[in-house]
Structures are given as C-alpha cells and as structure tokens.
Write a protein that binds this ligand. Structure first.
Ligand SMILES: [Fe+2]
Ligand SMILES: [Fe+2]
Length: 372
C-alpha cells in the first residue's frame, strides 16, 4: 500500500481498544488510500463486509463526523495533466490508440471508486440517509473497484500498466462543485456523467472489437456496461427519494424506492422492466439508524437548504413532474452546457431514466427561448 489515511482503527474492523468500524470509517480509509489497487481491494472488502452485515453501523453518532478529504489520495505514480494538455486518445484504429483508450477507462474507473465512497462519507450521516442508501453505494463502489481491477489487469496482459501513460486531471472537478449538495451530486455524477458513459460505451466497445481486441470488448460489454446501468439507476432512485422526502416536509420521512437491481439479474438486452425505478411506500427504515451528530449542523443546514429547492418547483405539478423539473433546475445550475445527444435511450430506460428527464436539457435556454 502506498499510503493510507488512518480512519481510526485497524483494517480488520477494530483492535482491542478500538470501536468497531462503521461503513463511513471504511469509506474514509479508502479515500485516504493512494494506491489504486489497494483502494479497489479495500473497497471490495468493505462492501462485502457491509452487505453481509458484518459492519454493524453506517456511522457512529457518538463520535463527531470527520468530513472526507476535499480530494482523495492518489498515487504519484500516475502522472496527471490538465485536461487541455491531456494526450488525444484517438479512435481505436491502432494498438497504441486502443491502449490509450483502455488506460483512460481504467483511470476513470479508479476515480469512480473514490466518487462512490465519497458520497457515502460526505452525505450519508448528515442527511440521515436510510440503510438502503449505504447498501446501494457500497454496491456501486464494489462494482467500480472491480471495473478498475479488470481493466488494470487487461493493461498488464497487453504489456502495459495503469500509470504508464499520463492521465486527465479533471475528473474530480464536478465532485468538488457538488460537494455541498447530494441532490447536485446525484444529478451531475450519476444521471449526467454516468448516463453519458452509457451513451458512448457501445461505440467504445465496437472500436475494440473492430481493432481485433475481442477480450477487452467483452470485458466492457459483459462486466462493465450492465453494471453502469445500475449506477445510473441509483442516481435516479436517490434523487427522487430526496425530492419526495423534502416534499413531505419531513427530513427523516421514508419513502424508500425499490433496491437497484443486482448486475447479475440484468437482462442482456437491457430492456427488462425489473430495472424500472419506482417508489414504494414504506413504514420506515428497515433498521434503526443513528441520528446525525449535532456537530454536523452546518453541513446539514447546507443540504437541507438545497433540498428546500424541491419545493420551489413543485407548485401545481404532479409528483413525477415536480421531481423532473427539480432535476432540470439542478442540472442547469451545476452542469455547464447542454447534454450531448445522441442518447442511449434503451440503457437509460433500463436505469429508470426516461427521456423527459434529459431531453429538455439537450437544448440551451436563451432568455426563456429554447434553441437547438
Ligand atoms: Fe465503472
Ligand atoms: Fe459507474
């Protein structure tokens, strides 16, 4: 391991004098780990332990919450360049271009690991999110770590490695811009960026296939693509949850949507209704969760202010229209420029992300007039 930011306990889950680690403690440990392989390995371990119930609490209300780092630890072995100076990847027509594409994909997945643990560490406790929120993003984090691991291994099979090429240093910018708002984080990272990934991944797959690299094409097609659909679904699901919770005027009210589908259950054609994200009324969280520490008041207030925006676009609309209008408002505020078509409507639909959510964002609004 290159570096590890201690999160207040041993990896094993706490020594003799240490309290058991919470999921947020694990998230902080992973965010403080610079080595990308170790970051993915720890994330896989934490998610496995959480999902099998071996980590008792998502966070400990008796301890003041420690905020996650502004920027996660990163390996110095990977040279980062400003986006304007990052080398062009090409279109996969040569072995060199395909290697650059593969390296870039591995780089993105490594940042996605950090993004998943950051959402757990940054927002879970202050917003008193239900256990299902931690479940979903532990699964997403585990997936992203697996994606990084398989792409990194593929680079080694091809005689290269992650860090062999310089990499784009702009992937945390939007996380920074949305660090004070879970609504914005879900909308921009999971419903804009991850959905954009769904739009472009089929072309990337076909480029590897056309170049004769069937093995990489299959990794992207069989492992990564179906799981990325569930990540977009998680964004839609929790964005809707927050809007409905705020709409009810009760920050702890629960209307918990159905769990996102496990990747293994995803139909290969991506058309099954089982991914449709729907709310189900619930009597309450499945398990008692601790209340946020009073020390989190400032962050809680910031986020509650953000949630209050749901009310502003809610007047006179039915619930789904209000949620979608809120989504448009948040994306216009936090994402620069219109969304770029063509959209992968089939994959987006499989994530519960219908065209009404994103098509109006594909045009610019100039003084009240929509222009192409
Ligand atoms: Fe991924
Ligand atoms: Fe993802």
């Amino acid at each position: 391991m290159e570096a590890a930011g201690g999160a207040g306990g041993a990896i094993s889950g706490g020594g003799e004098s240490q309290p058991p680690k919470t999921l947020v403690d694990w998230a902080l440990e992973i965010l403080g780990t610079a080595d990308p392989d170790e970051k993915a390995r720890l994330g896989d371990l934490a998610a496995t332990e959480w999902l099998r119930g071996a980590i008792p609490l998502p966070y400990d209300p008796s301890r003041p919450a420690r905020p996650p780092p502004d920027r996660p630890a990163r390996s110095a072995a990977v040279r980062l360049l400003p986006p304007s100076r990052a080398p062009k990847l090409g279109k996969g027509g040569s072995a060199q271009s395909r290697l650059a594409l593969l390296h870039s994909l591995a780089h993105t997945e490594s940042w996605a690991v950090d993004l998943s643990w950051d959402i757990v560490a940054r927002f879970g406790a202050p917003l008193r999110m239900p256990r299902e929120f931690f479940d979903d993003f532990a699964r997403v984090a585990q997936d992203e770590g697996r994606h990084f691991a398989v792409l990194s291994a593929r680079l080694r099979e091809l005689g290269s490695h992650y860090g062999a090429l310089p990499a784009h240093d702009g992937l945390w910018d939007s996380a920074t811009r949305t660090s004070h708002s879970l609504l914005a984080r879900l909308a921009v990272e999971h419903c804009v960026h991850e959905a954009r990934g769904l739009d472009v991944l089929p072309t990337t797959i076909s480029r590897f296939r056309a170049g004769g690299d069937e093995q990489t094409a299959k990794l992207l097609e069989d492992v990564i693509y179906p799981e990325e659909i569930t990540h977009c679904a998680a964004g839609v699901r929790w964005f809707r949850y927050l809007c409905l919770r705020s709409r009810n005027g009760d920050p702890t009210a629960s209307s918990i949507p159905q769990a996102i589908t496990q990747c293994s259950e995803l139909p290969r054609d991506g058309t099954g209704d089982i991914h449709k994200v729907e709310e189900v009324e619930d009597d309450g969280p499945k398990a008692e969760l601790p209340q946020a520490s009073i020390g989190d008041d400032k962050r809680v207030q910031q986020v509650e202010d953000e949630l209050a925006k749901c009310k502003l676009v809610d007047i006179g609309d039915d619930v789904e229209t209000a949620v979608i209008r809120t989504f448009h408002s948040v994306v216009r505020e936090y994402f620069r420029g219109p969304l770029k078509p063509p959209f992968n409507t089939e994959a987006r639909k499989a994530a519960g992300f219908e065209p009404a959510w994103y098509e109006p964002l594909a045009v610019k609004e100039v003084e009240g007039q929509a222009v192409e």
